[in-house]
Design a protein around this ligand. Structure first.
Ligand code: NAP
Length: 246
């Protein structure tokens, strides 16, 4: 797909992977809008990258999302790429954690329900231009889950299945469905984890994503993802043991 001249909305685009993607799209001469919950982070983005447009929106709030979709429709009617990137990860013991019920709701609401709802709401806009895309940021943990984040892994598995089914349904329309099966990336989400050496930089990830989008590779497997998924196929017990213990 063409990677210049688009209008791109990136959820959770004020930091980490979302911000790197926003910068990469901006460098490639696209109109870029990012949303997030924290107004100070969004103001910081605006100061550092005046070319990036910002909207405050909690994607798990149906009222705020409706407001954002209306705002985009009136100010950026040419929107043709939605990047569903906003996400959180709670690491906890499912059986023992006293706040597990709240964490279950938060992860499902932000990582999955919000993606499905926002995608449904912007689809009528996307079907108009000659070319459009939905880009879902999932994780290899949706395919090879780890021990410490059961709901997180489950939401990413749901996103993986959703991306595939939606791609089938939208075949023959202008809307392409991409999925970034993300490896471990160096962002706030993974700060303080002891596996620093294996982390990909968000800039390298964004570069690889753009290169793959340009070639219409719908399932994008950046960095170590390819190797992990290969090992999961040929020596499943080895890879499941290694990741399953984390
Ligand atoms: N880092 C990794 O190793 C890794 C691996 C696989 C997949 N991923 C996925 O990549 C995506 C981005 O994560 P990241 O690593 O870049 O983490 P990050 O730096 O923590 O970024 C997440 C962004 O999402 C925003 N966000 C969270 N909840 C939101 C909500 N309810 N509404 C709107 N924005 C929200 C946050 O901003 P506010 O707090 O201001 O809202 C933040 O800017 C996530 O979906 C994550 O699951 C990351």
């Amino acid at each position: 797909m063409q990677i210049t001249g688009n209008t791109v909305l990136i959820t959770g685009g004020a930091s980490g992977i979302g911000l790197s993607m926003a910068r990469m799209f901006l460098e490639n001469r696209n109109t870029v809008i990012v949303c997030g919950r924290n107004i100070h982070k969004l103001d910081g983005v605006k100061r550092q990258y005046p070319g990036i447009h910002t909207v405050q929106c909690d994607v798990s709030s149906p009222i705020e999302v409706t407001r954002m979709v209306e705002y985009i429709a009136s100010h950026f009617p040419s929107l043709n790429i939605l990047v569903n990137n906003a996400g959180i990860q709670h690491q906890y013991d499912f059986a023992k954690d006293e706040n597990a019920l709240q964490k279950i709701d938060e992860e499902i609401d932000i990582n999955f329900r919000a993606v499905a709802r926002l995608t449904k709401m912007v689809l009528p806009n996307l079907e108009k231009p000659p070319e459009a895309a939905i880009v879902n940021v999932s994780s290899f943990l949706g395919i090879v889950p780890k021990r410490s984040a059961p709901l997180y892994c489950a939401t990413k598995a749901a996103l993986h299945a959703f991306s595939q089914s939606l791609r089938y349904q939208l075949q023959g329309t202008p809307v392409k469905v991409f999925e970034i099966i993300t490896p471990l990336v160096d962002t706030d989400m993974t700060k303080g984890r002891d596996d620093d050496a294996g982390k990909m930089s968000p800039e390298s990830l964004a570069r690889e994503v753009i290169r793959n989008m340009e070639k219409d590779r719908y399932e994008i497997k950046p960095g170590r993802t390819k190797l992990v998924l290969f090992l999961n196929r040929v020596v499943p017990s080895l890879i499941r043991n290694a990741i399953g213990k984390r």
